[in-house]
Design a protein around this ligand. Structure first.
Ligand code: MN
Length: 481
């Protein structure tokens, strides 16, 4: 179970009785958080920071504990913030500054100097906020009484984002083949990805998968086909094409497990010894939280896995999407996002059908794939691009809508959405910002989640939504002179 340490600030000027009360109140908060948020993360209290030495010891513990995904801090009393400098310099995990109090209401009739010395977050948390700003330390602030539902929801959100960042730092991506020849936005600097986000991006030849697929036993392939039949409707007579995809998925699962990878890429330009492009194999494995990027797109592969991790425990779909084509009817513009094959099965609103059709490019055998209509409702579309000297996340609010008319000749999964605030501004903003044609769509993550991830990882963020105006477009791209 992932863990957050709770570190509370005070100092040794107030005497033993005050410090005992600080520790007791802090433990009460931790118990409350464990009761309310224990399904997402556990909380553990560390010794109250009374000196710089204790702060350093606490932060060493945070850094040395592999189960710990982040730290929550709060100043019960005044805690002179120079005591926090060396500890905060050690801390390299997500940090939440919880601006709260042990007491909800001010006891107007009873309040005396002892009470005010004990309960002075308004004083201590501002001193602490200054040193976080002075140190340029990435952090999130949540303000309010700790038992209030909105505060708990924010702490839960922080825990989910912190878990996703921890997952990011343990991310290993298997790239089978390289980036698709000549494609720009899906390429970039793998070394920068590892330095910034912790992703180990490792190359293997697709022949590794072809070999493993050939050695998959009948029993393994039977079990995989049975899994498909339990979840999907077989709508093809070409069972051998489906069994071939089952072999690929067996091979991917074995390879990823053996090499501790949580995400992978392939490219239709390198399918050496494979008879089909992975279709249902990729769609089914993505629905299990495994990251996938086509055309060698290692960034979207890793990023999609991280966002699926962030979405764990929430209702809705999250996964890889590729932008394709528009309906430009004036005032009713829609986008059809429907990759050649690889739309995650998690987006299915109806029971997907397994079909086999030609691909049109790549010169391989007809691949088996899942065909379905998508879930609808509010969502976000988010991508991460490599700007050469920094990374940029672009997050657009969208509305997933039902397909207005059937498309009987388009044998792929179909996702349609409406851009915000409208087509003209929404898509122009995406283009100005340099958004990729590969992205992650989610009906359960929000702009706030992405903003928190961006803040805690120090990543530039551009958001697009109802609040985006024509005038904003000029901010998204301005040539440097
Ligand atoms: Mn593409």
């Amino acid at each position: 179970m992932s863990k957050l340490y709770f570190v509370v600030g005070s100092q040794d000027l107030y005497g033993e009785e005050c410090l005992r009360q600080v520790a007791a109140d802090s433990q009460k908060m931790v118990d409350f958080f464990n009761k309310k948020l224990g399904d997402t993360v556990t909380f553990e209290l560390l010794p109250t920071v009374e000196t710089s030495e204790i702060c350093v010891q606490d932060m060493r513990k945070v850094m040395n504990d592999d189960d710990c995904v982040g730290v929550v801090t709060w100043m019960h009393t005044f805690s002179p913030a120079k005591m926090w400098i060396k500890g905060l310099q050690i801390l390299q995990k997500p940090l939440l500054h919880l601006h709260t109090q042990a007491n909800e209401k001010l006891p107007y009739d009873e309040i005396d100097m002892d009470f005010m010395n004990l309960n002075q977050a308004a004083h201590g948390d501002r001193e602490y906020g200054y040193i976080l700003a002075r140190l340029n330390k990435a952090h999130e602030v949540v303000a309010g009484y700790y038992e209030h539902e909105d505060v708990l929801a924010k702490i839960r959100q922080f825990a989910q984002v912190a878990k996703a960042i921890d997952y990011s730092h343990n991310m290993r991506v298997a790239t089978f083949g390289n980036n698709m020849r000549d494609v720009a936005v899906t390429d970039g600097n793998r070394l920068s990805c590892e330095i910034k986000y912790g992703w180990e991006i490792k190359y293997w030849g697709i022949g590794e998968i072809a070999e493993l697929a050939k050695t998959a036993t009948d029993a393994e392939v039977d079990a995989k086909v049975a899994e498909y039949e339990s979840k999907y409707t077989m709508a093809t007579d070409n069972v051998e094409a489906v069994r071939e995809q089952a072999r690929y998925e067996v091979a991917f699962e074995k390879f990823l497990a053996a090499n501790k990878c949580h995400a992978f890429t392939d490219t239709f330009q390198d399918l050496h010894n494979m008879s089909q492009l992975p279709g249902i194999a990729a769609q089914n494995i993505m629905a299990k939280g495994v990251g996938f990027g086509p055309e060698g797109d290692y960034k979207i592969s890793a990023f999609s896995a991280i966002l699926m991790k962030m979405a764990e425990g929430r209702d809705g779909a999250t996964g890889f999407i590729e932008d394709y084509t528009y309906d430009l009817t004036a005032g009713q513009e829609l986008e059809l996002a429907s990759h050649m094959l690889e739309v995650p099965a998690s987006f299915a609103a109806t029971k997907p059908k397994i079909e086999v059709h030609p691909l049109g490019i790549g010169g391989k055998a007809d691949p088996a794939r899942l065909v379905f209509d998508s879930v609808t409702g509010d969502g976000i579309q988010v991508t991460l691009i490599d700007m050469g000297d920094h990374f940029r996340i672009i997050c657009a609010d969208i509305e997933l809508v039902p397909v207005p008319k059937p498309m009987p000749k388009l044998p792929v999964a179909q996702i349609m959405y409406r851009h915000k605030p409208n087509f003209q501004i929404g898509t122009a903003a995406w283009c100005y910002a340099g958004g990729a044609h590969h992205s992650v769509v989610s009906t359960c993550l929000t702009r706030d989640d992405i903003a928190m991830f961006a803040r805690l990882t120090g990543t530039e963020l551009i958001t697009i939504g109802e609040d985006t105006t024509e005038a904003d477009l000029q901010k998204f791209f301005m040539p440097k002179f």
